[in-house]
Design a protein around this ligand. Structure first.
Ligand code: URA
Length: 249
């Protein structure tokens, strides 16, 4: 999807949400699509999206090779692009975004809320999820049971999960300790159900979990569960900073 490469007009329009290839063929036939001021002759016309001016019904396309969305994932929705029976995070987006084929970067459990990045930038997703990058993820959690300084110390050393895996050190902060405790935990890896399993390793149960940040990206407190917004340029640049050579950790 490089901006500097020639691409088929119908593919570009499909990716930008102008309908199926068949619908786009019709748009072109009806002379509603113009390239550099001339009606496009055929769907297979090759254009340079970053340079050629493409208009549909007189509106110039803003060429965006990639889309980056921050979602406050609600409980009860799967971190997936499709599922036979359950609602998935992509279902929460309007068709203009779905047409760009975003996918969730990593997974939150069905009952977990909070920050989920959706993008169609596979390279960035790969880097963010790479175990080599140790991208920090911070969670707010409610725990059944009294979380203690011993737990903080155990997490700092790394705990042994039920399958024998010793986690990397995690930073546990106690916000409130009681029969029900509130904590903030930052981890630097992303094993399946990691936060729940880390608390299980010290004999406690997570009753509520919400991701607050991932690397430099913080959940926007204005987003209610189920709401989303595009990342700002600064947020995208900060995420791409993880990409820089030498940031392998
Ligand atoms: N850890 C978990 O246990 N669940 C999540 O959804 C994310 C991290």
């Amino acid at each position: 999807m490089a901006a500097g490469q020639r691409q088929r007009l119908d593919k570009i329009l499909a990716r930008m949400g102008y309908g199926s290839r068949k619908e786009i063929k019709k748009l072109i036939k009806e002379k509603r699509v113009q390239v550099n001021g001339e009606p496009a002759e055929e769907p297979g016309l090759h254009v340079l999206p970053a340079r050629d001016r493409i208009e549909v019904d007189g509106t110039t396309l803003e060429y965006r090779p990639y889309i980056y969305l921050m979602l406050n994932k609600p409980r009860g929705v799967l971190s997936a692009t499709e599922d036979k029976s359950a609602e998935v995070v992509v279902d929460l987006l309007p068709s203009r975004y779905r047409a760009l084929h975003p996918f969730p970067v990593g997974r939150l459990d069905k009952d977990t809320e909070g920050l989920l990045l959706l993008t169609n930038d596979g390279r960035l997703a790969h880097r963010l999820l790479s175990p080599k990058k140790h991208v920090p993820k911070t969670y707010y959690a409610v725990i059944r049971g009294r979380v203690t300084e011993e737990d903080v110390e155990a997490f700092r050393r790394g705990v042994i999960l039920e399958d024998g895996y010793r986690t990397r050190p995690g930073d546990l902060k106690i916000l409130r300790s009681g029969l029900q405790s509130e904590v903030e935990l930052t981890i630097y890896e992303g094993k399946y159900h990691q936060v729940k399993r880390m608390f299980a390793a010290v004999g406690k149960e997570v009753t509520y979990l919400k991701r607050m940040s991932m690397g430099p990206l913080l959940l926007d407190g204005r987003l209610k569960p189920g709401e989303y917004r595009e990342l700002t340029e600064a947020e995208v640049a900060a995420l791409q900073g993880i990409d820089r050579p030498g940031s392998d950790g």
